[in-house]
Design a protein around this ligand. Structure first.
Ligand code: HEC
Ligand code: HEC
Length: 281
């Protein structure tokens, strides 16, 4: 049905360029605005057939309903299109480490809601939607505009949403004392000026990395959220420029400083494993 629909699309667009509300029912008609927005803005990377580009742009066919199904998935999708995404992810079982641009400044609420609805209804994705799925509406997008986020914060949100998805068992948190000690050395060299030798007494305004502040920000997420944040934003003058093992060692150091117990196995830099390691106690 969508394929036939797309053939008539160009003709349709002339009539309904930005029109999105059905005058009679008041319900959001996502079909036209969604197909147009996808074709013009999203398809360049994710491809018109939703298959993406290997190693570069994730496929949305098959993948988008999985994202929706996660805890907080609906809210996450809205923020993803508004504010972008940056950081290593696994999509459809394959790793990606790119950046999705933010669209909030470029596209309207109706265009963004329409694009999400289009993606979720195309390429058989609709067969995987939960019963009673309500299409995204412009009001969903408008509501999320009140809290501006960075692409890195959306990434952290993804980590939270990915926490303990029902199909994936969580694995115990692991790091070693030796790794935490290595992390300490790296911390002194790269982080201490701003975050301080006690992690809460930096001279250049770094946020506290321990105590209640740490618990509030990271304590209910996964290791992947903390690691992903650091890799996306720290150190501020060259974010992501330390190697993954260094970020893993720094993470081990922060965990040790926050009372997590070291064990026999190092914390891996591997994103998928980290997504399954819960920081909740
Ligand atoms: C310039 C290329 C580009 C465009 C245009 C683009 N995306 Fe993306 N998108 C990406 C990349 C790259 C990722 C993976 C980001 C990462 O690795 O962190 C992504 C990821 C996604 C994901 C998966 C998110 C997840 O958590 O698994 C969805 C859904 C998505 N994009 C939807 C859209 C929609 C809808 C549009 C149009 C409004 C769009 N994208 C436009 C590059 C793009
Ligand atoms: C130039 C100063 C500076 C340096 C160097 C620096 N940071 Fe930061 N860091 C900050 C600032 C400022 C924030 C608060 C950012 C914000 O709220 O957007 C922050 C935030 C953080 C946070 C999040 C704290 C929270 O709970 O909100 C973590 C984790 C972090 N830094 C780790 C590191 C690590 C690890 C390094 C070394 C690789 C490092 N930082 C180097 C300034 C710095």
């Amino acid at each position: 049905m969508l394929d036939g629909f797309r053939i008539g699309l160009t003709a349709f667009l002339a009539l309904f360029a930005t029109g999105a509300m059905a005058a009679d029912s008041g319900a959001f008609q996502w079909e036209t605005v969604g197909a147009e927005t996808y074709a013009t803005y999203c398809g360049a990377c994710h491809q018109l057939n939703g298959q993406g580009v290997p190693d570069t742009f994730p496929a949305l066919a098959g993948h988008a309903p999985t994202v929706l199904a996660r805890p907080g998935g609906r809210d996450y999708l809205v923020r993803l299109v508004l504010y972008g995404l940056e950081g290593p992810i696994t999509a459809g079982g394959k790793p990606f480490n790119g950046a999705m641009p933010p669209w909030g400044e470029v596209l309207s609420d109706a265009q963004l809601a329409g694009a999400l609805d289009y993606v979720l209804h195309s390429w058989d994705n609709d067969k995987a939607l939960p019963a009673g799925f309500q299409p995204f509406t412009p009001a969903d997008i408008a509501a999320a505009r009140s809290k501006q986020m960075t692409a890195a914060e959306v990434y952290a949100l993804r980590g939270e949403a990915a926490r303990a998805p029902p199909a994936v068992a969580s694995v115990p948190l692991t790091f070693t004392q030796e790794q935490a000690d290595r992390g300490h050395t790296l911390y002194r060299r790269n982080c201490q000026d701003c975050h301080g030798s006690n992690l809460n007494d930096g001279e250049f305004g770094g946020a506290p990395l321990n105590g209640q502040y740490f618990v509030r920000h990271w304590g209910s997420g996964t290791v992947a959220a903390l690691f992903g944040y650091m890799r996306a934003k720290m150190p501020p003058d060259r974010p992501g420029r330390l190697n993954p093992q260094t970020y893993a060692d720094l993470t081990a150091f922060l965990l040790a400083q926050n009372g997590y117990q070291p064990g026999q196995t190092e914390l891996p830099p591997d994103h998928e494993a980290q997504e399954r390691m819960d920081l909740k106690r």
